[in-house]
Design a binder for this molecule. Structure first.
Ligand code: IPE
Ligand code: IPE
Ligand code: MG
Length: 245
């Protein structure tokens, strides 16, 4: 068995807010509010464990198709969260980044997102990437469009486009790929999250609904991760040989 350290980058699909609320006969909005508290808890515990980067799926490109009132409440919640949480995160040395297409959000929200990124840009202790209006396919397509444009202008040779050049155009450029992907809510799918970046990520699925996610459940996910052997196409013997070298 190859033991790993704590994963440097954890990606989370925070799923199950709606079901959590419905089970309690509460509005879905209250489920999303409880989800925000779970995010705060998880980010704090992750930082204590030494997880440097956390990338969370907050709103997908497909979530716009939800009922208009739910979308509206979610936007209000994001706005409120930016007002309330950013200062504290900055004091804790968290760098905040948004990945996704911001252009669909209202100008005030876009402005607050930019302000949070600017305020925390110099922080290095931990990084929180929030995927908002994000889709893995959108991310790949916007990279393709930019590279195709550069090729048309003669700035790059199409034959020279490799994984590094391509990855450099993606929303998470400059951040190593996630080591561990966690999805809560008992669903076993990627739902258009980091499609390119999860090529060799370890997956962990939790039955817990996201508002019930806590330090203990994060510890369980990390424990599972640490027991795995990441082979990246090699044989187990090769991996163990290299680990002992
Ligand atoms: C995840 O929880 C949060 C968002 C997608 C915004 P859901 O709202 O998808 O919760 P369920 O899956 O309906 O329980
Ligand atoms: C994925 O959850 C997106 C977020 C957690 C923001 P969904 O609830 O939208 O995913 P599906 O629809 O169950 O695949
Ligand atoms: Mg869901």
């Amino acid at each position: 068995m190859t033991r790993h350290d704590v994963p440097g980058h954890v990606a989370i699909v925070m799923d199950g807010n709606g079901r959590w609320a419905e089970k309690r006969r509460l509005s879905r909005t209250l489920g999303h509010q409880a989800g925000l508290r779970a995010l705060r808890r998880t980010a704090e515990h992750g930082a204590r464990l030494g997880i440097h980067t956390l990338t969370v799926f907050a709103f997908s490109s497909e979530n716009w198709n939800r009922p208009a009132t739910e979308v509206k409440r979610l936007m209000e919640l994001f706005m409120g969260a930016l007002d309330k949480e950013v200062k504290g995160m900055h004091e804790h040395g968290v760098r905040v980044r948004f990945i996704g297409d911001p252009s669909a959000f209202q100008p005030e929200l876009q402005e607050r997102m930019r302000a949070a990124e600017d305020l925390t840009a110099g922080n290095t202790r931990t990084q929180l990437n929030v995927a908002a209006n994000y889709g893995g396919r959108w991310d790949i397509l916007q990279a393709v469009r930019r590279l195709a444009g550069a090729a048309r202008r003669g700035e790059i040779e199409p034959d020279r486009i490799d994984e590094e050049t391509f990855g450099g155009q993606l929303a998470l450029c400059g951040t190593p790929d996630p080591d561990l992907f966690i999805r809560t809510g008992g669903e076993y799918r990627i739902s258009n999250f980091l499609l390119w970046q999860c090529a060799y990520t370890e997956f962990y699925f939790s039955e817990r609904l996201w508002p019930d996610f806590n330090a203990e459940e994060l510890d369980r996910a990390i424990d599972s991760y640490r027991k795995r052997e990441r082979r990246f196409g090699l044989t187990g013997a090769q991996v163990r040989e290299r680990a002992n070298a």
